[in-house]
Design a protein around this ligand. Structure first.
Ligand SMILES: *[C@@H]1O[C@H](CO)[C@@H](O)[C@H](O)[C@H]1NC(C)=O
Ligand SMILES: *[C@@H]1O[C@H](CO)[C@@H](O)[C@H](O)[C@H]1NC(C)=O
Ligand SMILES: *[C@@H]1O[C@H](CO)[C@@H](O)[C@H](O)[C@H]1NC(C)=O
Length: 759
């Protein structure tokens, strides 16, 4: 392991450098909006000056000119403004933070700010201060359309600069790790392999240069292809075993590993067999209970497969014929595929058979041989059980293939080979030149997929993760093992526990049972992977400097190994997760959560607790919620209280209770409000342990905490759609009856929530 790889974990803490700071309390002045830039400049000057000073032995006194960027008081902490954090990580995050809304500078309308598209609007625009919640509370909300948030009729509201979602943030961090130059001089170290894989993916010039050549080589290794005129007729069993074992391709049925839900106390993983993911678009017909090729999608589908045949060099004379036969076989196979709801109704899922029984049910496939290849080197025998999810399809598939094999030449086994080769192309086309990717892309657009294409770097991170997830998990983990993460999680969990203790419970038993469960769970970090095991997993991987295609084949072999390891469970499966999850009696906090800009050990704690702390509290509440909401009466009354605050501010007092929230919306309001309270309490506890906490962009302590919260409250997480107002409004509810806020949230136009009770 390269020792320099952990360098980022110990970024120099420049906070400890002496900056002659005039305490703000002694020199009251107005907050300066661009004071932060000054801090950046000062640090640069400071660095330059240090070098200079070393040379000429001069002092640092010229820095005395620098003034504290802030004079804001915290009511709760009316001490002097703490020192500004000027660590590299702080400097980086300050830009983002300066775009966040400060709830205390515009208390009259800050909560009408809208969570905007990330990057869509920079800076702050003044809102008109109009009220805009609708009767249903949902109709006017931003809508999820084609997987992308679309702003509806709120274009005149102020948009909050939104952080990218957490998955993107994790990918950005991994990108940073992979793009670091370090380790380049130790080729074939494990980290070098991951970096080189990523780099070969980014090297589009080289990918374009190779064209379809690498794929044609693979076809040769598979015995050729009748459509290209060279074919040493191989039997379908051996080709299929190769595709499943070495190329991660499952043309006729899909194979995966999982537990049997019908055996609750048995954690044994089973091989499971399902219908495949068909390339041909089909629609389900309820009457005949079959799937039919979708008429409107046929043209784009046919033209894309024709395009693929052209790109692979199939001669014009036989192209149309091969394509037509391919389509005929595809639609015939797909006939017996059926949607999940139908299979649930007819009890098709998790049907247990032995491999021997499967062989008699669907004789054309050499099941034992294929499964042995898929899970090499595991010992698999005919008496082992597998779980089927669509037996009628499997039987039909076997019959169809037998029937086609009886036809002569290209008509029969040739078409079966075409079908397998185009399935393989589907697995490998992302590794080929842009003509292949564009063809696939055009088809997916024609079929109605409106999602934007990932930028190249993100696509490459995703493909790198596929083979190197364990290693990347470990690299991320190396950079996040801090005392500070443990403190954050510890404070948060104990604050959550005491919050749950104080809830209004429906009865004593339910209170005790929930608290017992919460106590029985231990918060834990994702464990480090055993270095020996890591080395074993990656030692045989040969990464090429210039061939992305060759590297993708290596990645498929890695994925085969990982599939096999699902039986021995030697690696944590959710290694790239971004939210806490339950595993036995532990709550696991994955390393990928603790990365900038959401977390850094050098950040002021207020930033970490108000941002990531709030998000984690939200995650934990949702994780424990199935137990909580039925047991406690709290969510309803708290949500009603918060909602009446909102109504009274936006509509005036007379309208309280005019609209009501659906139960799921109430629950979400409660979750978010409670999460904010829990995180704030955890921060207060941490302040009691260590009073020092740095400032950033002139903000500190609770003020910085609440600003950090406002920024992450726009996080597009799964339950976000249930929130009937912008979560930043919760700041005014918290401040209504608390001395924790830096200033009273008053405004000339109307009183903000003052007359109401605290929630
Ligand atoms: C937004 O502002 C523009 C110009 O100020 C105005 O013409 C338009 O009607 C406004 N739209 C809404 C929805 O208020
Ligand atoms: C594949 O192997 C199975 C089992 O040995 C056999 O029954 C079947 O006929 C073979 N299929 C072909 C097409 O050769
Ligand atoms: C994809 O679609 C675009 C726009 O319709 C077209 O210009 C392009 O030639 C198509 N590419 C391929 C490879 O089919």
């Amino acid at each position: 392991m390269n020792p320099s790889s952990v360098a980022t974990a110990a970024e120099p803490n420049m906070q400890s450098m002496t900056i002659e700071d005039t305490p703000a309390a002694a020199q009251p002045s107005e907050p300066k909006p661009f004071a932060w830039n000054k801090c950046v400049k000062v640090v640069l000057v400071l660095l330059g000056f240090l070098l200079f000073a070393m040379a000429i032995g001069s002092g640092l006194h010229s820095l005395k000119q620098w003034k504290s960027p802030s004079s804001l008081h915290s009511l709760a902490n009316s001490r002097a403004a703490p020192q500004a954090c000027c660590s590299p990580a702080c400097l980086k995050v300050a830009d983002r933070l300066s775009l966040a809304i400060d709830p205390f500078s515009q208390p009259c309308d800050y909560f009408l700010f809208t969570c905007g598209l990330s990057g869509a609007t920079r800076g702050r625009q003044r809102g008109k201060g109009t009220t805009h919640h609708s009767n249903s509370g949902e109709g006017e909300r931003t809508k999820k359309r084609h997987g992308k948030r679309v702003e509806t009729d709120r274009e005149n509201d102020t948009l909050v600069e939104r952080l990218p979602d957490r998955e993107t943030l994790l990918k950005e961090s991994i990108r940073e790790i992979l793009e670091m130059a370090e380790g380049l001089d130790s080729p074939n170290s494990l980290e070098w392999k991951a970096r080189q894989f990523y780099r070969s993916c980014m090297n589009t010039d080289s990918i374009e240069g190779q064209g379809s050549e690498p794929f044609l080589k693979v076809i040769k290794q598979l015995g050729g292809w009748s459509a290209l005129g060279q074919w040493t007729q191989t039997d379908i069993n051996s080709t299929l075993a190769l595709l499943m074992g070495q190329y991660g391709t499952f043309p006729f049925f899909s194979v995966f590993v999982g537990k049997d839900p019908n055996q609750q106390h048995n954690n044994t993983p089973y091989i499971q067999i399902d219908q495949p993911d068909f390339q041909i678009p089909t629609e389900w017909d309820d009457q005949s209970e079959t799937s039919k090729a979708e008429a409107v999608s046929m043209r784009p589908f046919l033209s894309s497969s024709l395009n693929f045949l052209t790109l692979l060099g199939v001669p014009r004379s036989s192209r149309a014929m091969s394509n037509g036969l391919y389509m005929a076989l595809s639609s015939e196979l797909a006939k017996k595929s059926s949607p999940l709801h139908h299979r649930l109704q007819t009890n098709m899922l998790y049907q247990r058979v032995t491999i021997r029984e499967l062989q008699t049910l669907a004789p054309v496939i050499d099941w034992l041989g294929c499964l042995k290849a898929t899970f090499h080197p595991l010992a698999i025998s005919e008496s082992d059980s597998v779980l089927l999810h669509n037996l009628p399809y499997i039987v039909h598939m076997s019959d169809t293939i037998s029937k086609w094999l009886l036809k002569n030449g290209v008509m029969g086994s040739g078409t079966i080979q075409t079908y397998m080769i185009l399935s393989l192309l589907h697995t490998l086309h992302p590794a080929l030149d842009s003509r292949f990717r564009e063809t696939q892309r055009n088809l997916s657009v024609a079929l109605g997929n409106m999602e934007e294409e990932d930028p190249r770097w993100k696509h490459c991170i995703k493909t790198t993760e596929r083979g190197f997830d364990v290693l990347l998990g470990d690299m991320v983990r190396d950079r996040t093992a801090h005392r500070e993460t443990e403190e954050l999680v510890g404070n948060l969990y104990s604050s959550l526990q005491s919050k749950l203790t104080d809830l209004a419970w429906r009865n004593k038993e339910s209170r005790n049972s929930v608290l017992k469960r919460v106590k029985s769970l231990t918060p834990r970090f994702m464990a480090h992977t055993d270095k020996q095991k890591l080395a074993e997993l990656y030692s045989e991987v040969v990464i090429s400097e210039d061939s992305y295609f060759a590297n993708c084949l290596q990645s498929l072999l890695l994925q085969q190994k990982r599939r096999t390891q699902l039986f021995s469970q030697s690696f944590q499966p959710d290694i790239m997760s971004i939210t806490p999850f339950l595993s036995g009696s532990a709550i696991i906090f994955p390393s990928g959560m603790f990365l900038p800009p959401l977390f850094h050990p050098s950040y002021p704690r207020a930033l970490n607790y108000g941002g990531l702390g709030f998000m984690m509290a939200k995650d934990l509440l949702h994780l424990l919620l199935p137990d909580l909401h039925t047991e406690s009466g709290s969510p309803e009354s708290v949500a009603a209280c918060v909602w009446s605050h909102y109504i009274s501010v936006t509509e005036g007092p007379g309208r309280v209770g005019a609209f009501s929230l659906a139960p799921s919306q109430k629950l979400e309001v409660w979750v978010q409000y409670t999460a904010l309270q829990v995180a704030l309490q955890a921060y207060q506890n941490s302040l009691q342990q260590h009073q020092n906490d740095a400032s950033l962009t002139g903000l500190f302590h609770n003020h910085l905490f609440l600003t950090s919260f406002t920024q992450v409250s726009c996080d597009p997480y799964p339950y976000r759609q249930l929130m009937t107002f912008e979560p930043s409004f919760l700041v005014s509810v918290i401040c209504a009856n608390s001395d924790l806020c830096p200033s009273q949230m008053t405004c000339e136009k109307k009183p903000l929530v003052a007359p109401l009770d605290s929630c």
